[in-house]
Design a protein. Structure first.
Length: 131
């Protein structure tokens, strides 16, 4: 299936503008989350300059919307900023972002193995599905 580049470009621009308008209609924390999703979209579509502008204005937007920048929100912003800087080829600046992120105590949501579980080198006893 061959699709003309102009067709794809027009649709990308069209849907980006729709999402941008929808983002402006939200308020408070939902506005910040929506803006982060828009930045993710910009990065996915290689609209790096738009992503950078949105990232640069995020602090002002948070003040305007009276939203506190929590550690989780700050981590998300730093990750997106690091990705943006990487795509721009600004590796020294992005290295500083990754250094900052490495100092965070990330809460992994995957189930953890309880400390009481020990491993003795053998697996559980096998059970056959047929007699």
């Amino acid at each position: 299936l061959l699709v003309p580049v102009d067709y794809l470009t027009n649709h990308v621009v069209k849907y980006t503008h729709i999402y941008t308008r929808a983002t402006r209609d939200t308020k408070g924390e939902a506005r910040i989350e929506s803006e982060l999703n828009l930045i993710r979209l910009y990065l996915a579509l290689s609209m790096i300059d738009d992503a950078r502008k949105a990232l640069d204005s995020l602090g002002e937007l948070a003040r305007k919307e009276e939203v506190e920048i929590t550690d989780d929100l700050d981590q998300n912003i730093l990750i997106l900023r690091g990705l943006c800087l990487n795509q721009l080829g600004e590796f020294k600046e992005s290295a500083e972002i990754w250094r900052k992120l490495s100092k965070y105590d990330f809460d992994l949501h995957a189930p953890r193995i309880p400390e009481s579980v020990t491993f003795n080198g053998t697996g559980p006893e096998l059970t056959w599905s047929t007699p």
